[in-house]
Design a binder for this molecule. Structure first.
Ligand code: GLN
Ligand code: ZN
Length: 797
């Protein structure tokens, strides 16, 4: 039986809810404040209003107002940054922003996220295997932790004043430290002084003992304001880190012994510790043994824990993440109920009825849009298969009802779910014989090109490039005029002819500019693309795009992932006319530009009714046809971007090999149709590549451009060590910063690159596409890039 002094967790809850606002209200309010168009007070009012409406919405949907089922998880920018600021872990380069009590105000908080002048912001990186990015806290051997902020309590009180008892959410101590980066003691990190490395053997996890008192303080403060529950997220327990597993588990045991056992109730709220984004069976008995009141498991990415594990959970309430927080399909409620019943049987009969088993989402719903009801242009049948955040709340409630009162009590929801599932299974676009036959007939030969040496010789003959050829990654700045034309065309206010003419004019301008700059391999500039994935989704069968399906990517940046719902086919060439037109304007080579299969999958909501590998092969075949058509149109250089290759890498090392096999296989399937004389490029960015170096080689691209400027070519020795011996274009211009690099700076990076890459394989290019920059930065930067390359060329010859 559960501890009688412990408050009950509600039978249904969610781990988190989107926060950016159904109409991106928070984005607008924050950006307007940043731009100086509104006051801090306006922003605070807008945020409070958003929180109020979200609570009201969740109550409307059926979550109770008085039992801590509504999470209090608002963030102005990022939940990891919030946790760092709450714990006082502000890097020394920002200490001037702290007030006398060591607290940071909201403008200061934004400065940590965005940097200021010479002070770079916190680094940003992927949140698990999602497309959300968090800010990486910096922890040194000397970071001083304390409860430095009362935002968590204030949000609780704000809701309480309205009669709503929420459940504050914060990142738990073990995950907080595992997500942090080790920095040197007192590292000024202002970029001016080269940061000294932290002590060789130091990891942020070494600071566990020091961070725990700050958490204890927070727990006391939350008890003081009357919070019955707090949610301490520990998703990092589902991931393999460089740290030995025993060490992670020992940290869990120590942390929760301090927080749960050595801190008694009611001096602290009851603790709910969910492990999301994957299974972590080994951590559950430790959490329960340490005395946390509730543990959460991910039943979507994981399975029902073994009887042995369940028998060790004692009194801890089990919160089962049965509804997928990361995808947009309606749940197979019968299937989910079965799993929940299996879980209940493993716990004890009646566990759901007496509060020992609760139903939740597998992760926060921050990864899905708000409401399918807001979509007016989606095909109604497709809509009927979808569940966004609001629909998922209803699904959680239906499952909880069925589990506690029997399936009949939620009959309607179950019947609808079964009906929609059937309609999806039977839809002719979901399984298309011609697509499946084509995939089934593939052989290894379809993924293999001629040996690189043979290709390189054939390409050298037709392309006639100088040593250290210069190129760009594809997009040029998206000007106001381009965006306007695209929007007007989308609304039907601009005819197809007028739109094409406007885009052609832009392409001609960009080609002229590149010729004038003296670049060697030109691009058309991608003016016709709103987004590198959505553009292809709009032109391929089997995909749909939403109107309002925004999902936070980082800070105020949102994306609208496409929905890949059926078998993928290409009914007509997509990019060929644009590339052909660009090529007709110049004697230089123009690079065709496609988004790779893995990236298309990573940045879309994918179907859940077949393995990703199968979906990837279908997308790859559609791209393969596009590659063949580009080649036939005389395009001799074709780039297939895979910036998300690293992003989909599974969290557990045991699954890496299988993933890399199908992802690399999909890229090769898309590109191996190219003749030896056609030069295939790929482009990678946004991550550290250590773990996928072997895969980069296996892609077998003739030229790989890769983000490298900020890390000063760090990746090159790694590539060399892995035996990579094809063309490589390390980025020499960091396009993520508005700074224009000088010619000397670029020359230095090119020379640095030439130390690890033989000159006949080295390319010179920016780090990534230029679409987010302005021409006033791009033009001089590219001019410096070309001039620097010419100098290095002269030196080398
Ligand atoms: N070709 C794309 C562009 O230049 C690549 C973008 C990316 O890597 N994210 O915009
Ligand atoms: Zn890129």
């Amino acid at each position: 039986m559960t501890d009688p002094t412990s408050p009950q967790l509600p039978a249904a809850t969610i781990l988190g809810y989107p926060r950016i606002g159904p109409r991106r209200e928070l984005k607008r309010a924050v950006e307007s404040f940043w731009a100086g168009r509104s006051e801090l007070d306006d922003l605070l009012i807008a945020a409070a209003e958003l929180r109020r409406r979200q609570r009201a919405r969740l109550i409307d949907l059926g979550l109770a107002a008085d039992d801590a089922s509504i999470p209090s998880d608002f963030s102005f920018y990022d939940q990891v940054l919030d946790t760092a600021v709450t714990l006082g872990a502000v890097p020394p380069r920002f200490s001037h922003l702290l007030d006398d009590d060591g607290a940071l105000d909201l403008p200061g908080y934004f400065t940590l996220a965005r940097g200021a002048g010479e002070r770079p912001p916190l680094e940003m990186t992927k949140w698990f295997d999602t497309n959300y990015h968090y800010l990486v806290p910096e922890i040194s051997p000397r970071t001083r932790f304390r409860l430095a902020d009362d935002r968590v309590q204030q949000c609780f009180l704000e809701a309480a004043a309205e009669g709503v008892t929420t459940r504050p959410v914060i990142v738990g101590p073990v995950t907080f430290l595992l997500l942090s980066k080790a920095v040197a003691e007192g590292d000024p990190g202002d970029g001016a002084v080269p940061a000294t490395a932290p002590p060789e053997d130091f990891t942020p996890l070494d600071r566990l003992e020091d961070v725990l008192p700050a958490y204890v303080e927070l727990l006391h403060a939350l008890a003081h304001v009357g919070a019955p529950w707090v949610q301490l997220d520990e998703p990092a327990l589902a991931v393999d880190w460089g740290v030995p597993r025993e060490r992670v588990l020992a940290a869990v045991e120590r942390a929760y012994t301090v927080l749960a056992a050595e801190t008694t109730r009611p001096e602290r709220p009851a603790l709910f510790v969910p492990v999301a984004y994957g299974p972590a069976e080994d951590a559950l008995p430790i959490l329960a043994g340490a005395g946390v009141e509730a543990v959460g498991i991910d039943l979507v990415r994981g399975t029902v824990p073994s009887g042995e594990v369940l028998s060790q959970l004692g009194d801890a309430v089990v919160v089962a993440g049965a509804i997928d927080g990361r995808n947009v399909w309606r749940t197979d409620l019968d299937g989910a109920l079965e799993r929940l019943q299996e879980l209940e049987a493993g716990l004890r009969p009646g566990a759901a009825r007496d509060g020992g088993l609760c139903v939740a989402t597998s992760t926060s719903l921050q990864h899905v849009p708000y409401d399918v009801g807001a979509e007016t242009t989606l095909d109604p049948q497709l809509s009927s298969w979808l569940a966004f955040a609001d629909q998922k709340v209803e699904e959680v409630l239906a499952l909880a009802t069925a589990l506690t009162q029997g399936r009949d009590a939620a009959q309607e929801a179950f019947a609808t779910a079964a009906d929609r599932r059937r309609s999806r299974l039977e839809h002719p676009g979901v399984r298309r014989a011609e697509v499946r036959d084509r995939v089934a007939a593939l052989t290894e030969a379809d993924r293999r090109r001629a040996p690189f040496a043979e290709r390189a010789a054939a390409q050298a003959e037709v392309l006639d490039l100088p040593p250290l050829p210069t190129t760009t990654i594809g997009s040029f700045p998206q000007t106001v005029e381009i965006r306007r034309a695209r929007a007007a065309y989308g609304r039907g206010e601009l005819s197809a002819e007028a739109y094409t003419a406007a885009m052609r004019e832009e392409i001609a301008r960009v080609v002229r500019l590149q010729e004038e700059l003296g670049l060697d391999v030109l691009v058309h500039g991608e003016p016709e693309r709103n987004d590198m994935v959505q553009y292809f989704a709009e032109h391929l069968e089997g995909f749909a795009v939403t109107q309002n399906g925004w999902v936070q990517s980082y800070g105020t940046r949102c994306t609208r992932p496409s929905i890949l719902w059926g078998d993928v086919a290409r009914s007509a060439p997509i990019t060929v006319e644009w590339s052909r037109y660009a090529a007709s304007l110049t004697d230089k080579s123009v690079k065709g530009m496609l988004t790779g299969p893995v990236t298309i999958l990573a940045w879309s909501f994918v179907r859940d009714d077949q393995p990703l590998a199968d979906t990837a092969a279908q997308v790859a075949l559609a791209l393969r046809d596009e590659v063949a058509d580009l080649e036939a149109a005389g395009i001799g250089v074709i780039q297939v971007d895979e910036p998300a290759l690293r992003e989909l890498l599974p969290l557990r090392a045991e699954h890496h090999a299988a993933y890399l096999e199908w992802s690399v296989g999909a890229f090769r399937l898309a590109t191996a149709v190219a003749a030896p004389a056609t030069q295939v490029h790929t482009h990678l960015c946004y991550s550290e590549f250590g773990e996928v170096i072997g895969a980069i080689d296996a892609l077998d691209a003739d030229v790989t451009s890769i983000e490298a400027a900020r890390s000063r070519m760090e990746v090159l020795p790694e590539l060399q060590a892995a035996g990579f011996a094809r063309g490589v274009g390390p980025g020499v211009y960091d396009i993520h910063s508005p700074r224009v690099p000088s010619e000397e700076e670029v020359a230095e990076l090119v020379a640095l690159a030439a130390e690890s890459v033989p000159p006949q394989l080295l390319w010179v290019n920016p780090d990534c596409g230029l679409k987010t920059r302005g021409y006033d930065e791009v033009e001089p930067s590219l001019r410096h890039l070309v001039a620097a390359t010419q100098k290095v060329r002269a030196r080398l010859s």
